[in-house]
Design a protein around this ligand. Structure first.
Ligand code: GSH
Length: 242
């Protein structure tokens, strides 16, 4: 059975949606990044960059196969099942462009916007600059998505694909970024279509369940601040003997 070593953050959820869409048997192995599970030796073997998600396929190419990087995992599952990545050369490269767009822009920029906007710190000029920079960039990226969805029913191409699955979980916080039906109507139409999909609904319900289970399991453990980059570098160094 496929194992997803993860936590239901947007990067974890995009793989959960794909696994559900493909109807593959899989299980979630909880990796709580709030209590430092990503720095454990067992997880670092699967994901040397100390991040979730990681996938273990016991029935992979040449035997058991492990993977990090959510975009690569989506491509792997699309290759394994022959689903959600068009066979036509044009369609395939259309989807790849938009998958890369998600990985290079939507994920990192929305992530930074979320970080700075929710940072509990007295606002100074530096924090104001960071908040404005990433919020503006997030809203610009929503504009790119809205423009794309004005001309294409789905993000990657004319069919539902891994590009849609990659973008959706990142956009669940769109109300907090001031994204409205009036200003982003094509994005909102797509978003509703995504939410009507049974696999997406199963993901959303599982994400709550898994997060609650992980919160209960982590209650007694000391927290790790994933934004403390100095501490995180030291943890990685210690875990890998450097
Ligand atoms: N590009 C990576 C990003 C993965 C990533 O940033 N994961 C975050 C959670 S969404 C994480 O594991 N953070 C833990 C840490 O930074 O220690 C992917 O798409 O898989």
């Amino acid at each position: 059975m496929l194992e997803l070593h993860s936590m239901p953050t947007p990067n974890g959820q995009k793989v959960m949606i794909m696994l559900e869409e493909c109807g593959l048997p899989w299980k979630h192995v909880d990796v709580d990044i709030r209590t430092g599970d990503q720095f454990k030796a067992g997880h670092l073997k699967l994901s040397p960059n100390n991040k979730i998600p990681a996938l273990v396929d016991p029935d992979g190419p040449g035997g058991s196969y492990t993977m990090m990087e959510s975009g690569a995992i989506l491509l792997y599952l699309a290759g394994k099942t022959g689903k959600f990545l068009p066979r036509s050369v044009r369609g395939k490269y259309d989807v790849l462009q938009w998958l890369m767009f998600q990985m290079a822009h939507v994920g990192p920029m929305f992530g930074q916007a979320g970080h700075f906007l929710t940072l509990k710190k007295e606002e100074d000029a530096g924090l104001k600059y960071a908040r404005e920079r990433y919020l503006n960039e997030a809203r610009r990226l929503y504009r790119v998505l809205d423009n794309r969805l004005a001309e294409s029913r789905w993000i990657g191409c004319a069919e539902y694909s891994i590009a849609d699955m990659a973008v959706y979980p990142w956009t669940r916080s769109h109300p907090d970024r001031g994204i409205t039906e009036a200003e982003y109507p094509y994005f909102m139409r797509w978003y509703r279509t995504m939410e009507a999909r049974p696999a997406v609904q199963r993901n959303n319900a599982m994400a709550i369940e898994i997060r609650e289970r992980m919160t209960r399991a982590g209650e007694a453990k000391p927290p790790v601040n994933i934004y403390d980059t100095k501490d995180n570098a030291a943890r990685l160094g210690k875990a890998t003997g450097h």
